[in-house]
Ligand binder design. Structure first.
Ligand code: CA2
Length: 162
């Protein structure tokens, strides 16, 4: 019979005491929960950050949550993530559909990045159907609401434990 391991799973062991997963949110997401609940739900950004932080903690990992309305600040954090983070979760919001600068910063990462959208961008206006992020990240999660963030975290932890 195979011996049951008593040590922590590899993903937990690697993330523990390691670098945080950066959770980056872009413009207007600071107003989540205040308007358009039919699209984005009632959860606030503070609630999402609490959820991801608790999810990470339960897995022996850490999350660093940051939000900005400024493109350059998001670029700076992605650059910082190259040495300071074990992975990146990014909802670049409207910049997803416009920003070559964020695309280029993500392309320079050699840690896993996952793009998240709360809404299903393909069921919405055509201008939301293209994301400059998607071609330079490991995966994309959209339309699953705030659960997308915890799914993205699990995907990153699984990836870094390989
Ligand atoms: O579905 C998503 O997560 C989006 O990234 C959200 C962006 C939108 O531009 C993308 O196409 C899809 C918009 C975030 C705006 O946040 C709001 C917050 C409060 C009320 C209304 C919008």
């Amino acid at each position: 019979m195979a011996k049951k391991s008593t040590s922590a799973p590899k993903s937990v062991a690697k993330a523990k005491g390691g670098k945080p997963v950066y959770v980056l949110n872009g413009p207007n997401l600071n107003l989540l929960g205040l308007r358009e609940p039919e699209i984005y739900g009632h959860t606030s950004l503070a609630d999402i950050e609490k959820l991801v932080t608790a999810h990470a903690k339960a897995r022996g990992a850490t999350a660093l949550c940051l939000q900005s309305n400024h493109e350059g600040e998001l670029v700076t954090w992605i650059q910082e993530a190259r040495s300071m983070a074990s992975g990146v979760i990014i909802n670049a919001a409207a910049y997803s559909h416009t920003s070559i600068a964020i695309h280029d910063a993500l392309a320079m990462l050699d840690i896993p990045a996952v793009e998240v959208h709360i809404s299903n961008i393909y069921k919405r206006e055509e201008f939301r159907h293209y994301s400059y992020m998607s071609s330079v990240v490991k995966g994309v999660i959209c339309g699953l609401g705030v659960q997308g963030y915890t799914l993205a975290l699990d995907a990153i932890l699984a990836d870094i434990s390989k």
